[in-house]
Write a protein of this length. Structure first.
Length: 167
């Protein structure tokens, strides 16, 4: 199994959104974030030809990012999982992941949780050593049975690099 990890694209400013009295879970992508993610998803498709499952955090910015990625992959369905919400333990995500079928599972979530998840899957360490910028992605080989400290990093790429691949 391979795991394609994608951080959500650029979203509205957190403090400005909060100042309007809005819940952070509802914070959407900016127009620029949408445009850039659309280009980045095109580049992503050049690296990973197909995905078997696309899942995202329930937060609006992750859902919107996943929809953009889904469009580039033939409008595949987006599954929502609470195991990608900020603050969720990697072990909870791993339980969810083990119940999934497919060779390539793509997920969209948030930092610092995604970086911590990737680090945990690679090394078993709980602190993040793999920060992902907005719209960035990495691909992990999880082997036959995904587990803590068992993954191998195939590649990690910035959002700008993904956009350059779309040309």
């Amino acid at each position: 199994m391979r795991l394609l990890v994608i951080r959500h694209a650029e979203a509205e400013d957190k403090e400005a959104f909060a100042a309007m009295g809005e819940d952070d879970e509802l914070r959407p992508l900016t127009d620029r974030g949408r445009r850039r993610m659309n280009e980045g998803a095109k580049g992503l498709r050049s690296l990973v030809a197909s995905i078997d499952l696309l899942a995202a955090s329930p937060l609006v910015r992750a859902q919107q990012t996943a929809e953009i990625v889904a469009h580039r992959y033939g409008d595949c369905a987006v599954e929502t999982t609470e195991t990608l919400e900020p603050g969720t333990a990697p072990s909870r995500f791993l339980s969810w992941l083990r119940a999934q079928d497919g060779n390539v599972i793509a997920i969209v979530g948030h930092e610092p949780d995604l970086g911590a998840l990737v680090t945990w899957l690679l090394t078993g360490a709980t602190e993040s050593h793999v920060p992902l910028g907005k719209g960035a992605a990495c691909l992990l080989d999880l082997g036959e049975t995904p587990g803590k400290g068992k993954a191998m990093l195939e590649w990690a790429i910035t959002a700008a690099q993904l956009r350059r691949l779309s040309d």
